[in-house]
Design a protein around this ligand. Structure first.
Ligand SMILES: Cc1cc2nc3c(=O)[nH]c(=O)nc-3n(C[C@H](O)[C@H](O)[C@H](O)COP(=O)(O)OP(=O)(O)OC[C@H]3O[C@@H](n4cnc5c(N)ncnc54)[C@H](O)[C@@H]3O)c2cc1C
Length: 304
């Protein structure tokens, strides 16, 4: 099997998420080549062919032009699978490429089982295995789902590419979300609230434990979406990525999008009424208990 990995560049730097594509190809046992609209200044550490288009000429994003650059490489490389990150770049470009190729498009892949792609469904409560019937497949990978076991290494064989495709839109730039709340990436202890807290009044329990541990509190997305906590405290693929010494997940199931933001924590404690909650797979300790009873008891012990 042959994979074409669509790496990404932002603000003059290769995005490290590009290495998740390499990890995916390794897991598939696929040979790979890489595509990047970037520059010589920040090349991937990668052993293989890198098709490189000049970012100064083609900009960080332009749908028609990037699609054509990619289609030209696909015509040359004839990959079985074209692999994107499930990022704003991938969300926009992958469907355009799959339509142009008449290829199946599997979005938000979190795992590969016996060659079949696994994607979350029902708000990540269930997982579905997808087998494709087309000759080529286009996939996008959920952030954090595939990681290299070692640091990336290697030097690519760079092949410069060009196109005369006409741009129909002008790329104006990415707008960073306003930084709000605390910078959780620097916190040594984080206590996070999930939907299991039940109601906003119970956030005080989580804040109480965080204060007792001299740490900060964070939250999963449903808690933020309910306006119980500011978005600046959301942990996960669309929130902050954190790696504290201690992460305590209270009433958090462990969806892949949440794990993507916290699984690099040194020590993970999960408090959950469900002994089979997926958070148990990454937790060093899983306390099977009602957080409303357990967390206040733990806080009281710490304050003695
Ligand atoms: C594109 C996309 C991006 C996303 N980005 C993020 C992100 O950045 N961060 C994020 O968190 N999510 C994100 N999500 C949402 C994610 O898929 C999950 O829906 C979310 O993480 C679930 O949050 P939760 O664990 O708090 O809630 P649930 O999945 O509902 O889990 C609640 C947990 O609480 C437990 N519980 C219930 N009552 C109690 C109690 N009294 N005591 C103890 N435990 C209890 C339950 O057993 C359950 O395990 C994203 C989803 C998509 C599609």
């Amino acid at each position: 099997m042959k994979a074409l990995l669509v790496a990404e560049h932002r603000d003059g730097q290769l995005l490290t998420s590009s290495y998740e594509l390499v990890a995916f190809a390794q897991q598939l046992g696929a040979d790979s080549a890489m595509f990047l609209v970037g520059s010589d200044v920040s090349l991937p550490q990668y052993d293989g062919t890198l098709y490189l288009a000049d970012i100064d000429k083609y900009s960080e994003y332009n749908p028609a032009v990037h699609k054509q650059l990619l289609l030209d490489v696909i015509a040359k490389e004839q990959p079985d699978i074209v692999v994107f990150s499930h990022s704003s770049y991938g969300w926009d470009l992958a469907p355009r490429v799959s339509v142009a190729l008449g290829a199946a498009h599997v979005s938000e892949v979190v795992e590969v089982v016996d060659g079949a792609m696994v994607v979350p469904v029902c708000n990540a409560k269930l997982r579905r295995q997808v087998s494709v019937k087309t000759a080529k497949t286009v996939v996008s990978l959920q952030s954090g789902a595939f990681c290299l076991s070692d640091d990336p290494e290697g030097t690519p064989t760079v092949e410069k590419i060009d196109t005369d495709a006409a741009a129909r839109v002008v790329f104006e730039g990415f707008e960073e979300a306003e930084a709000g709340g605390v910078d959780l990436s620097k916190s040594e202890v984080i206590v996070s609230a999930g939907r299991g807290i039940g109601k906003p009044e119970n956030l005080a329990i989580i804040e109480g434990l965080a204060t007792a541990l001299k740490g900060d509190y964070g939250a999963s997305r449903p808690v933020v979406d309910s306006d119980w906590v500011d978005h600046g405290r959301q942990v996960g693929s669309t929130g902050q990525s954190v790696s504290p010494k201690l992460y305590i997940a209270c009433g958090i199931s462990g969806a892949i999008q949440h794990l993507a933001g916290m699984k690099k924590s040194e020590y993970i404690v999960a408090i959950n009424t469900d002994k089979d909650a997926p958070i148990g797979e990454v937790a060093d300790v899983l306390v099977v208990a009602d957080l409303k009873e357990f967390v206040p008891l733990m806080t009281a012990k710490l304050l003695v």
